[in-house]
Design a protein around this ligand. Structure first.
Ligand code: 3PG
Length: 308
């Protein structure tokens, strides 16, 4: 079988080497398409692929249509809003992700961004500390749980809201966080909010003016999730109204230039999404993807299938 790794943002070399080893030892062939710059290159590369490993690369209906031999696509990572699951299902293609494999890297970045914003962009101006601050985790999956753990090391008080916690608040005790039963209450209680929800029809634009205005004047929002979850016009409005409000994001917003011009060091955006861009996360997610594909071909295993 031909396994194509198509990554516009490539994995670390150690991850590619590990993927190759797993794929070749299972008797398959590995083909790499890295740093591609046009969809046409992807469409051409998938033409004879039996399996596909991607990161945030968009697997659209066009990509699926251009890949008549494709049997399985694995998103090496957590969020799968880049996969057209309906198109995969229609063609009988199994779609999977690798949940949890890159979570630690993303969780660590949350604190990198927070400290940068708390310390006025390392400018030498007086900043503030994380100790004693109330951290609200909006969603509590694999990343949120690690963020909670690290936050406790900083001496923060941790609150979390997610639909599963709202249904079962006792789950919070297990992780030493206070479970909150509504987003409104989470924003009422928090000094800092870190976003960890997927982008889907329920979450798009859900961080709106009403929620943000519940935070204190000098609040910080950190977004390592997806840009679609925040209402960008509402964010500009709240940051204009509140001269100490800060926003850090790993996903460049649509209004980046406006944010830079209006808010200076109160705004931080990665130049390219880098939450999961560590060698460790690349190895964890990449090797998991390769193993899932080989297992699927060997035994039909469908653990982590998304389009059931
Ligand atoms: C994920 O959903 O796993 C993260 O957002 C990482 O995405 P990336 O593989 O594009 O860095």
């Amino acid at each position: 079988m031909k396994v194509l790794v198509a990554t516009e943002k490539p994995f670390a070399k150690a991850a590619v080497d590990g993927i190759r080893k797993i794929v070749e030892e299972a008797g398959h062939k590995l083909v790499l398409l890295e740093k591609y710059t046009s969809t046409d290159q992807l469409l051409e590369a998938v033409a004879d692929a039996d399996a596909l490993i991607v990161r945030s690369d968009k697997v659209t209906a066009d990509v699926v249509a251009a890949a008549p031999k494709l049997k399985i696509v694995v998103r090496a990572g957590a969020g799968f809003d880049n996969l057209d699951l309906a198109a995969c299902t229609e063609k009988g293609i199994v779609a999977m992700n690798t949940p949890g494999q890159n979570s630690n890297a993303v969780a660590e970045l949350v604190f990198g961004m927070l400290i940068y914003l708390q310390r006025a962009g390392f400018s030498g101006a007086s900043g503030s500390e994380l100790k004693g601050k109330k951290l609200g985790l909006h969603a509590f999956g694999n990343i949120g749980k690690i963020v909670a753990n690290i936050a406790k090391g900083f001496g923060m008080e941790v609150y979390a809201f997610s639909p599963s916690l709202a249904r079962n608040p006792k789950l919070g005790d297990q992780y030493g966080v206070t479970a909150i039963t509504s987003p409104e209450e989470l924003y009422d209680k928090s000094d800092i909010v870190s976003l960890h929800m997927p982008a889907n029809d329920q979450t798009k634009g859900c961080i709106n003016y009403d929620l943000m205005s519940r935070l204190p004047q000098n609040a910080i929002i950190i977004n390592t999730a997806r840009k679609e979850v925040i209402n960008e016009a509402d964010l500009v409005r709240i940051m204009e109204e509140r001269p100490k409000f800060k926003y850090g994001t790993d996903i460049c917003p649509g209004n980046h230039e406006e944010m830079v011009q209006k808010f200076g060091v109160r705004y931080l955006s990665s130049s390219k999404k880098c939450g999961a861009q560590t060698e460790e996360a690349n190895v964890n997610a990449g090797l998991a993807a390769a193993s899932q594909i080989c297992k699927f071909f060997a035994t039909g295993d469908r653990t982590f299938q998304l389009n059931k």
